[in-house]
Design a protein around this ligand. Structure first.
Ligand code: APR
Length: 260
């Protein structure tokens, strides 16, 4: 049994912390790898304040989202391995930076989406003050917006208050949604092992969660294709593809997944 399997075997309250790298094997690009989203688009063009101020920025953001969601991704073996670990009572849940909903699609039940979800859109109001959505409460599945985009509406408005509609995600320059980081902190506080998968661990406050756990003496395992700033804090660093490393380790702990 490899070192990762040994550590997982000895843990009873794993908390996974995931980033875009856990979804790349589902065909969803990450952000900072070669070819990642921020190597093709400038993140400074997609800040909350620019989105609020400019119908042109909103139209471009909808075109980008529409392009990304042309092919609906499905969960890959990495997502499924984490869901198996939770179902077996070994994992308390996932704190994810991802907005793709693939952990839930794989069967994970406790999922804290610290950067929101692209599976829904929401009203952020007509003139939200810097960084904080101030909508009327309207929310809808993302298909609601895509139907309007496909019908030629470049920048769909809220049907209730005519406010601005945005995906229910957290953009640069936007505050995290109230209560979410508190839920993530509470979940990580339960951990006897934090398993960080597929994240460059550069974006705060999210990356502060595995960092503070490690500094409290909770074993931190990092599974990532490339080095991260938190590697020195890790009990174990596994350089490799999440879709291969995680199923292999979870199979060693739980037995092979015969569900197919
Ligand atoms: N297996 C393991 N590691 C992978 C895989 C894979 N299949 N694919 C990519 N990686 C690694 C990359 O090497 C990279 O270090 O995953 C990491 C992904 O890092 P980022 O692209 O920076 O994504 P993430 O850490 O999730 O970014 C955090 O930044 O732009 C914001 O809101 C956005 O939530 C995102 C946040």
């Amino acid at each position: 049994m490899g070192r990762l399997s040994e550590l997982l075997s000895g843990a009873r309250a794993v908390v996974a912390f995931t980033g875009a790298g856990v979804s790349t094997e589902s065909g969803v690009p990450d952000f900072r790898s070669p070819g990642g989203v921020w190597t093709r688009y400038d993140p400074r063009d997609f800040t909350f304040s620019k989105y609020v101020a400019s119908p042109q920025v909103r139209a471009r953001a909808w075109r980008m989202r529409r392009e990304f969601w042309n092919v609906i991704p499905g969960p890959n073996p990495a997502h499924i391995a984490l869901a198996r670990l939770e179902a077996a009572g070994r994992c308390r849940g996932v704190v994810t930076q991802n907005i793709d909903g693939l952990h839930q699609a794989a069967g994970s039940v406790t999922v804290v989406e610290v950067h929101g979800t692209s599976r829904e859109v929401m009203c952020i109001g007509t003139a939200p003050r810097a960084g904080t959505p101030a909508g009327c409460g309207f929310r809808a599945p993302y298909r609601w917006a895509f139907e309007r985009i496909d019908a030629g509406e470049a920048d769909p408005g809220c049907p209730s208050c005519r406010g601005i509609i945005k995906s229910a995600t957290v953009s640069f320059g936007q505050n995290l949604f109230p209560g979410v980081i508190e839920r993530a902190v509470a979940l990580v506080a339960e951990a006897d092992l934090v398993l960080a998968v597929g994240s460059s661990l550069q974006v705060y406050p999210a990356a502060g969660l595995p960092a503070s756990a490690a500094r409290r003496g909770v074993p931190l395992v990092i599974v990532n294709d490339e080095p991260t700033p938190l590697d020195p804090l890790a009990t174990l660093v596994v350089r490799g593809r999440a879709g291969r490393v995680l199923p292999h380790a979870v199979d060693a702990v739980l037995g092979a997944d015969i569900s197919g």
